[in-house]
Design a protein around this ligand. Sequence first.
Ligand SMILES: Cc1cc2nc3c(=O)[nH]c(=O)nc-3n(C[C@H](O)[C@H](O)[C@H](O)COP(=O)(O)O)c2cc1C
Length: 452
Amino acid sequence: MGTDRQIHLSFSAHLSGHHPAAWRHPSTEDGSDVSIASYRRLARLAESGLFDLFFMADTPALRIENLESWSRYPLFTNVLEPLTCLSALAGATEHIGLGGTSSTSYNEPFNVARQFASLDHISGGRAAWNVVTTANIYASGNFGEIPLPPHAQRYDRAREFVEVVRKFWNTWEDGAFTYDREAGRFYDPDKMHPVIHQGQHFRIRGGLNIERTPQGHPVIIQAGASEAGMDLAAETAEVVFGSSPTLEKAQAYYAGLKSRMAKVGRAPEDLCVLAGMPVVVGESDDEAEDKYQTLQALLHPMVAKQKLGMDLETDLSDLDMDAPIPEDRIPAKANLHTAYFAEIVRMIREEKLTLRQISQRYERGTRTVRGTAKRVADHMEEWFATGAADGFMLILHLQPKGLEDFVRLVVPELQRRGLFRTEYKGRTLRDHLGLRRPPFQPPVSAAARAAE
Ligand SMILES: Cc1cc2nc3c(=O)[nH]c(=O)nc-3n(C[C@H](O)[C@H](O)[C@H](O)COP(=O)(O)O)c2cc1C
């Protein structure tokens, strides 16, 4: 990063857009969610806007109850599996980073290490793994009906999971594959290091059957907002998606993360914080507001209740939209997204809002920035210059329209201010983000070696 520090840009490629009513908007296309042609267009559009990262969120679940509301709210329903989609996009793009979510609760480290290493090779060094613990009770039904473990346990497994994945990524030193036809040797055995790991969750005696990747290893992303999430991010993440609603909170989050890094011996520039930014851009402030309100008006009341109930971890379907949520409906504590839960509880208890008012205002920890390119760029510049973010993870309510507007209107404004690149300078995602290539680290811990 340094003095010529510039903003980094990513966006969450959720077709037809992030707003729960986006699919009802006339500009979106039926079936685009599973159309690789639509994803390809979106990725190329982002690449034409010189974005650092194309990101696909995910949860390995399908809602099979409450279909009255879920059939109106296509959250992670009818979507392409991220790794498969990103591999296809690797062939359709040249520069943009390709990030996807994979859960530490519903995978084995070997599979994740192998898939993302493959994507890094396929894309020539553009892969990134978003580490999530999956705060979703529906997911457990797809994996043997073992109940979703509590938050702390999920993070405990996640920490060890990431450690093991990194060990797998270090099975081979750079240049291990010598292809010595003369001597008849495919690789240099001295440069192959078995993964030997004995921990609480995983016992491994093996290795990854693919060479060290162009980026050393794929970029590790995390989006933890809780204490456990921030600790894991400080220890392991190279990109963090923030979700703070105000400048002050974002500054505190940013400083908190970077100081936690110091405690584990990491330099602050080894982590790039991308603040989650829901945004609607218009030619005028009024036009942007109209665009936003058009989507809000399309939100079905059942979807509003489902959406809030999900983060408050309770059923709100029988409640009156125009009355407050009764105190006895608030669970004692959150098990899923702690920060989102706390925000709703605050709106109920402190602001005393009705269900309808909360649903109009609640945005999962953020607030949509809406207005002209100048207004949006001012917001970004302020957050970037005052220690709240190294860049932004755009949450676009409507796609591809929202991305087109951003690339056409905001990107040139940021470039004019010298805040954003005018061309890609490097080849890999690490190059774009200014992250160093990690050196090889032997994948055997001292504890495991001692136990041999
Ligand atoms: C921009 C962004 C993207 C996220 N993507 C996913 C995702 O794809 N899958 C998922 O299960 N959680 C996702 N999350 C949720 C986080 O992983 C995390 O659970 C959440 O921020 C709450 O933090 P905590 O886990 O520390 O309580 C995302 C969060 C943010 C801010």
